[in-house]
Design a protein around this ligand. Structure first.
Ligand code: AMP
Ligand code: MG
Length: 515
């Protein structure tokens, strides 16, 4: 079967390369990837260009000219790029799935940037040797969701792969219905996953496993060298520890903003602790710990409340893959134990910050008392399925409002008590909360809470509106949402509706793995 299309032209308009490339990934050798070209895409048009990211990376404006539109569509090659698709394996929904790989993502290479080399991947750029039965394409709907959510997560301060631009095409793609194709150009220092290690470990290919680990340590996680001192000088144990630490932080941040990933398979877990592979994700509306955002996840394996444990399970898979390198079972298990204290600590800190409680704690019992406060309010929210984002934002505003009053009154909490039916229960909690916080601190706390609890998140129905308009050829709502979501803590006067409760029809939206 021939996968690679005929040679593509080099972006014609430029005699000099617009981006400078390095090809560290391809130095790993042919066992890790297949060189190939994207499949050309008919009649491409810009659906979004992320000028903020372009500036942050110090890339020239020419990156978004017409010649590059063709390159991001897969119809031309940027000078100096050497496209390839990598192979990985993984556990999907708790089962070993064997070989997977970049079935529709093509890496163009690593472009130098002011933040170090950045891998550019075209997602939806056509078939690869790892496509299995798939068509190698991505639909406009899911590509808009990935573009916006990458940037929303970045705006929230959560580590994520980024989205540089989005190209739409009228080319038909068959899913449950016929949809149209799109390509997201996504950017990250590396798209390597847990599944890359699982692949070579499962094959018993220790040379490749070691090369991969050394590559990751050298280019992406150099702090492993120092961390090895904590683990009997074992740099591979340190690698597991660093990945675990980053994963624990990411999970705590997801939980704190009510983010559900939806498909936490080990092939969707980044080695750099980046949120990766946006599919059926959701920012929860009504708070429900057992909320399942992925319509295809019948067992609720990836329900909101299970995410932290799933991450631990996935780290176990990574540990198993690294075991031949660490070569010390006792040590491996010791490293894994770390998650059990790290994650609760990160989550505790994140939730205390949501309450405006940021000062140092004198002792463990204070930490526990604060956690009880968090748990109690979460139980109250769950009992009534209170809108997660709205609750924290209104609480922040109420705290600020109360700080301006001469005395605290029940009425002063209106912005937040209006969200619940059981007001006495919430007022009782608010009394305990303000006693713990100290009335004198409310002003500073309120300010800090408004910088911690976002006003804007990518609610499903907001993405859906942008998708419906884009399908009619109007991409402007993508930009509107991007503008709000890149600074989600700002008020953005005039855009209050975007922070409101979802409309009734939002409850009917079904988001599945289909993308
Ligand atoms: P995901 O669930 O999106 O993380 O994808 C799981 C695996 O299926 C990965 O190896 C993807 O590259 C592959 N895949 C998903 N959709 C397609 C598609 N339309 N064509 C080819 N491969 C795909
Ligand atoms: Mg994936």
């Amino acid at each position: 079967m021939s996968i690679a299309p005929p040679d593509l032209p080099i972006t014609a308009a430029h005699h000099l390369p617009v981006l400078n490339w390095t090809h560290r990934l391809s130095q790993l050798g042919s066992r890790f990837f297949t060189p190939l070209h994207p499949t050309p895409l008919a009649a491409p048009a810009w659906a979004a260009r992320n000028e903020d990211l372009r500036h942050q990376l110090g890339w020239p404006a020419a990156v978004f000219d017409e010649a590059h539109l063709q390159a991001f569509a897969g119809n031309a090659l940027m000078q100096g790029s050497k496209p390839l698709a990598t192979v990985y394996s993984g556990h999907q929904f708790g089962q070993w799935a064997g070989q997977l790989g970049d079935g529709r993502a093509i890496c163009l290479g690593e472009a130098m940037s002011s933040q170090g080399p950045q891998e550019i991947q075209l997602k939806g750029a056509g078939r690869t040797p790892y496509s299995r039965g798939g068509d190698g394409r991505a639909v406009l709907r899911s590509s808009i969701r990935e573009y916006l959510c990458s940037e929303a997560m970045h705006g929230l301060g959560i580590a994520t792969t980024r989205a540089l631009c989005l190209v739409a095409s009228p080319e038909p793609v068959r899913r449950e219905t016929i949809e149209s194709a799109a390509v997201v150009a996504r950017v990250a220092p590396s798209f390597l996953r847990f599944g890359h290690f699982e692949h070579f470990s499962a094959q018993g290919d220790l040379d490749s496993l070691r090369s991969l680990a050394d590559h990751v340590i050298r280019h992406h996680l150099p702090d492993c060298q120092e961390r090895a001192a904590l683990w009997q000088g074992n740099v591979y144990a340190a690698l597991l520890d660093v990945v675990q630490e980053r994963t624990a932080l990411m999970l705590a941040q997801w939980q704190a903003v009510g983010f559900c990933h939806g498909v936490m398979n080990t092939d969707n877990m980044s080695l750099l602790g980046l949120t990766i592979d946006y599919g059926p994700f959701q920012f929860m509306d009504g708070f429900d710990p057992s909320h399942i955002c992925n319509h295809s996840d019948h067992q609720g394996r990836y329900a909101y409340g299970r995410q932290p444990n799933v991450a631990y399970w996935n780290l176990y898979c990574l540990a198993q893959a690294l075991a031949p390198l660490i070569d010390d079972q006792e040590l491996t298990l010791q490293v894994l134990e770390g998650y059990k204290t790290l994650f609760p600590r990160y989550l505790g800190d994140a939730m205390r910050a949501k309450l405006g409680l940021v000062g140092d704690l004198a002792c463990e019992s204070e930490r526990e008392a604060d956690w009880t406060l968090v748990e109690d309010v979460m139980q109250l929210m769950a009992a009534e399925k209170v809108n997660f984002t709205l609750f924290w934002r209104q609480l922040s505003q109420a705290v600020l409002l109360q700080s301006n009053a001469t005395t605290l009154t029940d009425g002063g909490w209106r912005t937040v008590t209006d969200l619940v039916l059981d007001r006495p229960r919430l007022l009782n909690w608010l009394t305990r909360y303000t006693t713990r916080a100290g009335v004198a601190n409310l002003s500073a706390m309120g300010q800090q809470m408004l910088r911690t609890n976002p006003k804007f998140v990518l609610r499903n129905h907001l993405a859906e509106i942008a998708i419906r308009q884009a399908k009619l050829g109007d991409f402007s709502e993508i930009e509107t949402l991007h503008n709000l979501l890149k600074s989600p803590f700002d008020e953005h006067p005039g855009f209050e509706a975007y922070a409101d409760l979802p409309p009734d029809w939002a409850g009917q939206l079904e988001i599945s793995c289909s993308s």
